[in-house]
Ligand binder design. Structure first.
Ligand code: IPE
Ligand code: IPE
Ligand code: MG
Length: 235
């Protein structure tokens, strides 16, 4: 039985350790890591996976040195500038999760331009988490729902799981089938806490800059051997 994947979520981790291993600066790791994004997204498309959600910058990553943060956002700009033609050609819609108002002005512009330009594309979705935290996302959703109740637009008794899903950044995307984290860390680091309730997880020791197409394909193979029971038992 083959399990079709509609949505894969990735925590790209290990850039710093990859660089350290080679005696390079951490930012070299981010630069190399950026090259893997499009390589993996190509594999996503080749496998007819509709959406990819990538963790690129967490709400906690602001606690890093300013110089590292600033270069990270420069690489992000370059990434979008280099790939916007491909996004248009392949019908890819860019979506962002997180509060981008705290990003450097130049990145806000790059990201907003990419979102606006690709908004009518619907072959694939490239969803990137920037200044994203899942707990913050749930707080935001709760406030929005409370406001609707207060305004008399929503009845408390009608609040259900769909109400919550519809207030998350992922509202227009299919459920996450598979979550992959690179670099060996086995934690979620404030990523998609609600959305991953029934997703399959793969933790690979490979550092993100070393994570190539073949490694992604290997994860897809592993996923095919998973038995997603959703609480049921075999008939
Ligand atoms: C992931 O790599 C990229 C970001 C979090 C922005 P890291 O920078 O976390 O690399 P490690 O975990 O320190 O090796
Ligand atoms: C999670 O990685 C965030 C991103 C990959 C963008 P971190 O490297 O920031 O997570 P921790 O600190 O190891 O939990
Ligand atoms: Mg890390």
């Amino acid at each position: 039985m083959s399990n079709q994947i509609n949505h894969v979520a990735i925590i790209m981790d290990g850039n710093g350790r990859w660089a350290k291993q080679r005696g390079l600066s951490r930012t070299k790791g981010h630069e190399e890591g950026c090259k893997r994004i499009i390589e993996i997204f190509d594999a996503v498309k080749a496998n007819h996976i509709y959406a990819m959600t990538l963790y690129a910058f967490s709400t906690e990553n602001w606690n890093r040195p300013k110089s590292e943060i600033s270069l990270l956002f420069r690489y992000l700009d370059k990434f979008f500038k280099d790939n916007i033609v491909t996004f248009m050609k392949d019908g890819i819609r860019v979506q962002v999760m997180g509060d981008i108002s705290r990003l450097p002005k130049h990145s806000q512009k790059t990201v907003t331009d990419a979102i606006n330009k690709t908004k009518d594309n619907d072959n694939y979705v490239f969803n990137i988490a920037l200044n994203y935290g899942s707990r913050q996302e749930l707080v935001k959703a709760t406030k929005e729902i409370a406001q609707e109740v207060k305004d008399g637009k929503l009845d408390i008794d009608s609040i259900d799981m769909d109400t919550i899903s519809n207030h998350l950044y992922t509202k227009n995307l299919p459920p996450v089938d598979l979550m992959i984290r690179t670099s060996g860390e086995q934690r979620l680091s404030n990523y998609l806490l609600y959305q991953l309730a029934y997703s399959e997880f793969i933790f690979t020791p490979i550092y993100w800059p070393d994570f190539h197409k073949e490694d992604f394909e290997e994860c897809l193979k592993q996923y095919q051997n998973r038995d997603r029971r959703y609480g049921k038992i075999e008939e």
